[in-house]
Write a new protein. Structure first.
Length: 289
Protein backbone atom coordinates (compact mmCIF):
# COMPACT_ATOMS: atom_id res chain seq x y z
CA UNK A 1 0.00 0.00 0.00
CA UNK A 2 1.10 3.54 -0.72
CA UNK A 3 1.38 5.91 2.21
CA UNK A 4 -0.40 9.12 1.23
CA UNK A 5 -1.05 12.50 2.79
CA UNK A 6 -4.34 14.37 2.53
CA UNK A 7 -5.00 18.05 3.19
CA UNK A 8 -8.58 19.26 3.07
CA UNK A 9 -7.97 23.00 3.16
CA UNK A 10 -11.17 24.73 4.19
CA UNK A 11 -11.92 28.35 4.86
CA UNK A 12 -12.71 27.59 8.52
CA UNK A 13 -10.51 24.59 9.30
CA UNK A 14 -7.71 22.53 7.81
CA UNK A 15 -7.86 18.73 8.11
CA UNK A 16 -4.61 16.81 7.64
CA UNK A 17 -4.69 13.01 7.42
CA UNK A 18 -2.68 9.96 6.48
CA UNK A 19 -4.20 7.20 4.37
CA UNK A 20 -3.74 4.95 1.37
CA UNK A 21 -5.05 4.47 -2.15
CA UNK A 22 -7.98 2.32 -0.93
CA UNK A 23 -9.44 5.28 0.93
CA UNK A 24 -8.50 3.97 4.36
CA UNK A 25 -7.84 6.90 6.68
CA UNK A 26 -5.57 6.70 9.70
CA UNK A 27 -4.17 9.51 11.80
CA UNK A 28 -5.62 12.98 11.35
CA UNK A 29 -5.56 16.44 12.91
CA UNK A 30 -7.74 19.52 12.50
CA UNK A 31 -6.45 23.08 12.76
CA UNK A 32 -8.26 26.42 12.49
CA UNK A 33 -7.63 28.34 9.27
CA UNK A 34 -5.65 31.35 10.41
CA UNK A 35 -3.07 33.26 8.34
CA UNK A 36 -0.66 31.11 6.26
CA UNK A 37 2.31 31.84 8.51
CA UNK A 38 0.34 30.49 11.48
CA UNK A 39 -1.43 27.60 9.80
CA UNK A 40 1.01 26.09 7.32
CA UNK A 41 4.08 25.32 9.53
CA UNK A 42 2.22 22.97 11.92
CA UNK A 43 0.65 21.18 8.96
CA UNK A 44 4.06 20.67 7.38
CA UNK A 45 5.34 19.39 10.73
CA UNK A 46 2.45 16.90 10.86
CA UNK A 47 3.33 15.42 7.46
CA UNK A 48 7.11 15.69 7.67
CA UNK A 49 7.84 12.56 9.70
CA UNK A 50 4.99 10.39 8.36
CA UNK A 51 6.86 8.93 5.37
CA UNK A 52 4.25 9.96 2.83
CA UNK A 53 4.94 9.31 -0.86
CA UNK A 54 2.63 12.05 -2.15
CA UNK A 55 0.19 14.67 -0.87
CA UNK A 56 -3.26 15.60 -2.15
CA UNK A 57 -4.64 19.07 -1.46
CA UNK A 58 -8.29 20.02 -1.98
CA UNK A 59 -8.49 23.73 -1.27
CA UNK A 60 -10.99 26.52 -0.74
CA UNK A 61 -10.93 28.98 -3.58
CA UNK A 62 -10.92 30.38 -6.03
CA UNK A 63 -7.70 28.60 -6.96
CA UNK A 64 -5.68 27.98 -10.11
CA UNK A 65 -5.78 24.21 -10.85
CA UNK A 66 -4.12 24.43 -14.29
CA UNK A 67 -0.59 22.93 -14.19
CA UNK A 68 0.32 24.88 -17.33
CA UNK A 69 -0.52 28.24 -15.72
CA UNK A 70 2.00 30.61 -14.15
CA UNK A 71 -0.20 30.81 -11.07
CA UNK A 72 -0.87 27.07 -10.73
CA UNK A 73 -1.30 25.99 -7.13
CA UNK A 74 -2.15 29.45 -5.86
CA UNK A 75 -5.22 30.63 -3.98
CA UNK A 76 -6.50 33.55 -6.04
CA UNK A 77 -8.96 36.35 -5.25
CA UNK A 78 -10.26 34.91 -2.00
CA UNK A 79 -12.10 37.07 0.55
CA UNK A 80 -9.72 35.54 3.12
CA UNK A 81 -7.16 38.27 2.46
CA UNK A 82 -4.10 36.70 4.17
CA UNK A 83 -4.40 33.76 1.75
CA UNK A 84 -4.80 35.81 -1.43
CA UNK A 85 -2.13 34.82 -3.99
CA UNK A 86 -0.69 32.22 -1.59
CA UNK A 87 1.17 29.40 -3.39
CA UNK A 88 -0.06 26.50 -1.28
CA UNK A 89 1.21 23.78 -3.63
CA UNK A 90 4.78 25.04 -3.70
CA UNK A 91 4.84 25.50 0.07
CA UNK A 92 4.14 21.80 0.68
CA UNK A 93 6.00 20.40 -2.31
CA UNK A 94 9.22 22.20 -1.36
CA UNK A 95 8.96 21.41 2.34
CA UNK A 96 8.09 17.72 1.93
CA UNK A 97 9.81 16.95 -1.40
CA UNK A 98 6.93 14.77 -2.64
CA UNK A 99 4.50 15.05 -5.59
CA UNK A 100 1.43 17.14 -4.81
CA UNK A 101 -2.02 16.70 -6.38
CA UNK A 102 -4.21 19.78 -6.25
CA UNK A 103 -7.82 20.77 -6.91
CA UNK A 104 -10.74 22.68 -5.41
CA UNK A 105 -12.29 21.58 -2.14
CA UNK A 106 -15.58 20.63 -3.78
CA UNK A 107 -13.87 18.77 -6.63
CA UNK A 108 -12.05 16.85 -3.91
CA UNK A 109 -15.35 15.90 -2.30
CA UNK A 110 -16.75 14.80 -5.65
CA UNK A 111 -13.63 12.76 -6.36
CA UNK A 112 -13.94 11.05 -2.98
CA UNK A 113 -17.56 10.10 -3.63
CA UNK A 114 -16.92 8.85 -7.16
CA UNK A 115 -13.83 6.86 -6.13
CA UNK A 116 -14.89 5.43 -2.76
CA UNK A 117 -18.53 6.35 -2.08
CA UNK A 118 -22.00 5.22 -3.07
CA UNK A 119 -21.57 6.80 -6.52
CA UNK A 120 -18.40 4.84 -7.23
CA UNK A 121 -17.70 4.37 -10.92
CA UNK A 122 -20.15 6.96 -12.26
CA UNK A 123 -18.52 9.06 -14.99
CA UNK A 124 -20.85 12.08 -15.13
CA UNK A 125 -21.67 13.62 -11.76
CA UNK A 126 -22.12 16.88 -9.90
CA UNK A 127 -21.40 17.48 -6.20
CA UNK A 128 -22.76 20.58 -4.46
CA UNK A 129 -21.50 21.77 -1.10
CA UNK A 130 -24.25 23.88 0.46
CA UNK A 131 -23.00 25.49 3.65
CA UNK A 132 -21.32 28.79 4.50
CA UNK A 133 -20.97 29.17 0.74
CA UNK A 134 -22.12 27.10 -2.20
CA UNK A 135 -19.77 25.45 -4.65
CA UNK A 136 -19.98 22.63 -7.16
CA UNK A 137 -17.62 19.99 -8.44
CA UNK A 138 -18.36 18.62 -11.89
CA UNK A 139 -17.16 15.40 -13.51
CA UNK A 140 -17.70 14.83 -17.22
CA UNK A 141 -16.83 11.47 -18.81
CA UNK A 142 -14.60 10.63 -15.86
CA UNK A 143 -12.69 13.93 -15.83
CA UNK A 144 -13.03 16.77 -13.34
CA UNK A 145 -14.13 19.93 -15.10
CA UNK A 146 -11.80 22.91 -14.91
CA UNK A 147 -12.04 25.00 -18.08
CA UNK A 148 -10.63 28.52 -17.84
CA UNK A 149 -10.50 28.16 -14.02
CA UNK A 150 -13.11 25.96 -12.33
CA UNK A 151 -16.87 25.84 -12.00
CA UNK A 152 -18.57 28.51 -9.88
CA UNK A 153 -22.06 27.06 -9.91
CA UNK A 154 -22.86 28.69 -6.59
CA UNK A 155 -23.26 31.90 -8.56
CA UNK A 156 -25.92 30.89 -11.06
CA UNK A 157 -28.72 33.44 -10.85
CA UNK A 158 -32.00 32.56 -9.14
CA UNK A 159 -35.54 33.60 -10.02
CA UNK A 160 -36.89 35.11 -6.76
CA UNK A 161 -39.67 33.03 -5.25
CA UNK A 162 -43.01 34.84 -4.97
CA UNK A 163 -43.31 36.50 -1.58
CA UNK A 164 -39.59 36.31 -0.78
CA UNK A 165 -38.44 39.90 -0.28
CA UNK A 166 -34.85 38.94 0.55
CA UNK A 167 -32.46 40.50 -1.98
CA UNK A 168 -29.62 38.02 -1.42
CA UNK A 169 -26.36 38.35 0.46
CA UNK A 170 -23.78 37.73 -2.28
CA UNK A 171 -21.77 40.98 -2.58
CA UNK A 172 -21.17 40.33 -6.28
CA UNK A 173 -24.53 39.07 -7.52
CA UNK A 174 -27.19 39.43 -4.82
CA UNK A 175 -29.74 36.83 -5.91
CA UNK A 176 -27.42 34.05 -7.04
CA UNK A 177 -27.74 30.57 -5.56
CA UNK A 178 -25.18 31.29 -2.83
CA UNK A 179 -26.73 34.66 -2.10
CA UNK A 180 -30.20 33.17 -1.69
CA UNK A 181 -29.62 29.70 -0.26
CA UNK A 182 -26.28 29.39 1.57
CA UNK A 183 -26.15 29.26 5.35
CA UNK A 184 -25.62 33.03 5.78
CA UNK A 185 -28.61 33.73 3.52
CA UNK A 186 -30.82 31.56 5.73
CA UNK A 187 -29.57 33.34 8.85
CA UNK A 188 -29.95 36.84 7.40
CA UNK A 189 -33.42 36.12 6.01
CA UNK A 190 -34.83 34.48 9.14
CA UNK A 191 -32.68 35.95 11.92
CA UNK A 192 -31.52 32.55 13.19
CA UNK A 193 -29.13 29.83 12.06
CA UNK A 194 -30.40 26.83 10.13
CA UNK A 195 -29.92 24.59 13.15
CA UNK A 196 -32.21 26.82 15.20
CA UNK A 197 -34.82 26.72 12.44
CA UNK A 198 -34.89 22.95 11.94
CA UNK A 199 -38.60 22.59 12.80
CA UNK A 200 -39.75 25.63 10.80
CA UNK A 201 -41.27 24.10 7.67
CA UNK A 202 -41.58 27.42 5.85
CA UNK A 203 -37.79 27.89 6.01
CA UNK A 204 -37.09 24.64 4.21
CA UNK A 205 -39.93 25.03 1.74
CA UNK A 206 -38.29 28.25 0.57
CA UNK A 207 -34.79 26.80 0.67
CA UNK A 208 -35.89 23.82 -1.41
CA UNK A 209 -37.46 26.17 -3.99
CA UNK A 210 -34.05 27.69 -4.70
CA UNK A 211 -32.19 24.39 -4.59
CA UNK A 212 -34.68 22.89 -7.05
CA UNK A 213 -33.99 25.76 -9.45
CA UNK A 214 -30.30 24.90 -9.23
CA UNK A 215 -31.05 21.23 -9.86
CA UNK A 216 -33.06 22.09 -12.98
CA UNK A 217 -30.21 24.19 -14.37
CA UNK A 218 -27.68 21.48 -13.51
CA UNK A 219 -29.70 18.74 -15.17
CA UNK A 220 -30.44 20.54 -18.43
CA UNK A 221 -26.92 22.00 -18.75
CA UNK A 222 -24.74 19.09 -17.65
CA UNK A 223 -26.92 15.96 -17.85
CA UNK A 224 -25.23 14.27 -14.88
CA UNK A 225 -25.96 10.66 -13.93
CA UNK A 226 -26.11 11.62 -10.24
CA UNK A 227 -26.26 14.84 -8.21
CA UNK A 228 -24.78 14.68 -4.71
CA UNK A 229 -25.73 17.33 -2.15
CA UNK A 230 -23.41 17.84 0.82
CA UNK A 231 -22.52 20.59 3.28
CA UNK A 232 -23.99 21.80 6.53
CA UNK A 233 -27.31 23.01 5.17
CA UNK A 234 -28.05 19.56 3.77
CA UNK A 235 -27.82 18.13 7.29
CA UNK A 236 -31.49 19.15 7.28
CA UNK A 237 -32.50 15.85 5.72
CA UNK A 238 -36.10 16.97 5.25
CA UNK A 239 -34.78 19.01 2.31
CA UNK A 240 -34.13 15.99 0.10
CA UNK A 241 -37.72 14.91 -0.63
CA UNK A 242 -38.72 18.56 -1.10
CA UNK A 243 -35.90 19.24 -3.56
CA UNK A 244 -36.60 16.04 -5.51
CA UNK A 245 -40.32 16.72 -5.84
CA UNK A 246 -39.83 20.36 -6.86
CA UNK A 247 -37.10 19.46 -9.35
CA UNK A 248 -39.46 17.08 -11.14
CA UNK A 249 -42.17 19.75 -11.09
CA UNK A 250 -39.81 22.29 -12.69
CA UNK A 251 -38.72 19.77 -15.33
CA UNK A 252 -42.43 19.38 -16.16
CA UNK A 253 -41.94 16.07 -17.94
CA UNK A 254 -39.43 17.48 -20.43
CA UNK A 255 -36.92 14.72 -19.68
CA UNK A 256 -37.69 11.06 -19.10
CA UNK A 257 -34.68 8.99 -18.08
CA UNK A 258 -34.19 5.98 -15.79
CA UNK A 259 -32.35 8.23 -13.33
CA UNK A 260 -35.19 10.75 -13.08
CA UNK A 261 -37.75 7.97 -12.75
CA UNK A 262 -35.78 6.88 -9.66
CA UNK A 263 -35.09 10.36 -8.35
CA UNK A 264 -34.55 9.17 -4.76
CA UNK A 265 -31.32 7.62 -6.03
CA UNK A 266 -30.52 10.50 -8.38
CA UNK A 267 -30.42 13.52 -6.04
CA UNK A 268 -28.65 12.00 -3.07
CA UNK A 269 -26.75 12.92 0.11
CA UNK A 270 -23.01 12.49 0.50
CA UNK A 271 -22.18 8.94 1.57
CA UNK A 272 -18.79 8.96 3.29
CA UNK A 273 -19.76 10.32 6.73
CA UNK A 274 -18.02 13.64 6.18
CA UNK A 275 -14.79 12.05 4.91
CA UNK A 276 -15.46 12.61 1.21
CA UNK A 277 -13.01 15.54 1.06
CA UNK A 278 -10.18 13.62 2.72
CA UNK A 279 -10.87 10.59 0.53
CA UNK A 280 -10.70 12.84 -2.53
CA UNK A 281 -7.35 14.17 -1.36
CA UNK A 282 -6.03 10.61 -1.10
CA UNK A 283 -7.09 10.04 -4.71
CA UNK A 284 -5.38 13.29 -5.77
CA UNK A 285 -2.21 12.13 -4.02
CA UNK A 286 -2.35 8.68 -5.63
CA UNK A 287 -2.82 10.27 -9.05
CA UNK A 288 0.11 12.62 -8.42
CA UNK A 289 2.35 9.56 -8.18
Amino acid sequence: MKRLGALEAGGTKMICAIGDETGKIGERISLPTLAPEETVPPMIDFFRDKGIEALGIACFGPVDPDPASKTYGRILKTPKLPWRDYDIVSAFREALNVPVGFDTDVNGSLLGEITFGASKGIRNAVYYTIGTGIGAGIMSEGNLLHGMQHAEAGHILMRPVAGDGFKGCCPSHGNCLEGMAAGPAIEQRWGKSGKELADQTEVWELESDYLAQAMLTTIVMLSPEVIILGGGVMAQEQLFPMVREKTLKLLNGYLDTPQLRDIDHYIVPASLNGDQGICGCLKLAADAL
